[in-house]
Unconditional design. Structure first.
Length: 318
């Protein structure tokens, strides 16, 4: 009965609502990953988290993803190729929104709309950062936006028994941040986020292991290098550093049993990438051949990584 005393028929409310085209999107510092349900599996897509913008107007987005990545180092002076996220945090809402729209377009067919998206963010994200993620999701056209911890999303994706009364620990190392999460009974009991990740590991390898190798090959002394030239070399060593990291982690992972590291993990055995990296340096072309690293060296790098927060370290963030 309403306030005027006239009976009205109660509207029928559906108990359930089918939401079509749900997408899971991980807006990463280095790459953005899109997961679309397909039966009992997921179709996965990945694009670089790079946006090309006007130098005098960073809100004017010219290209996103692979197209923007191809512009890195090749753009005119009035165009910049930038990353909308740094250390897992949205730095520019307009650029991040353009990246999210591109991700949503990849995950659906032409003419379709997105009903729901789930966005993963670092576990220590503030309310402002959470609201920013929700805002760009809505502005990108999603009907419903759910923001979850990247660590919890990783546990679900890995099929871990998070609903059981036992504790499950997840260490989710992204490019710019790392989440350490304790999960039990479907909820997060404790969480710690460190604003450093895979990029920092790669930079450690490039600086400590590969820089001396290339300096020996090109007959240069580190003490004679200006800081800008040193940084230039390290930037070009990031790709072989990442390849070495992946090779060693894959080899160790395949040999692990019952969670115990195999002896090779702390051995002096080396991994070598049998390829050459050629780039211009100081007005000449140089070639870096057969970069290599031992398991023990990588173990020392990881000890350094786990003990140090690189957030305020200019050496590794420059």
């Amino acid at each position: 009965m309403n306030i005027f005393g006239k009976d009205e028929e109660e509207p029928q409310i559906e108990n359930t609502r089918v939401i079509s085209n749900s997408l899971g999107i991980d807006l990463g510092t280095l790459n953005t990953v899109i997961a679309k349900p397909s039966g009992d599996k997921f179709d996965l897509y990945q694009i670089p988290s790079v946006v090309a913008v006007k130098k005098d107007d960073p809100s004017e987005v010219l290209a996103v993803g692979e197209e923007a990545k191809r512009m890195l180092g090749r753009t005119p002076e009035d165009i910049l190729a930038v990353r909308p996220l740094k250390k897992g945090v949205i730095e520019n809402v307009v650029q991040a929104q353009a990246l999210l729209i591109k991700a949503m377009q990849i995950g659906i067919n032409e003419g379709e709309s997105v009903g729901r998206i789930v966005i993963g963010i670092p576990g220590d994200a503030s309310e402002v950062e959470k609201n920013a993620a929700e805002e760009i999701g809505r502005k990108a056209g999603a009907e419903y936006v759910l923001v979850v911890s990247e660590g919890l999303a990783a546990a679900i994706g890995a099929g871990l028994p998070i609903a059981e009364p036992n504790g499950t620990m997840v260490v989710d190392i992204g490019a710019g941040s790392t989440d350490i999460v304790i999960i039990s009974l479907g909820g997060i009991n404790d969480i710690e986020t460190v604003r450093c990740g895979g990029d920092d590991i790669d930079r450690c390898i490039a600086t400590e292991i590969l820089l001396p190798q290339i300096l020996e090959q090109i007959k240069e002394k580190e003490e004679d290098l200006r800081q800008s030239k040193r940084k230039y070399l390290i930037d070009h060593l990031m790709k072989p550093a990442e390849r070495l990291k992946i090779e060693i982690c894959d080899n160790v992972g395949r040999q692990m049993a019952d969670g115990i590291l195999p002896p090779i993990a702390i051995s002096n055995d080396e991994i070598t990438i049998h390829t050459s990296y050629r780039f211009e340096f100081d007005g000449r072309w140089v070639t870096f051949e057969n970069p290599h690293m031992s398991y023990r060296q990588f173990n020392d790098i990881m000890k350094h990584f786990l003990k140090q927060d690189f957030t305020d370290n200019d050496e590794y963030n420059s």
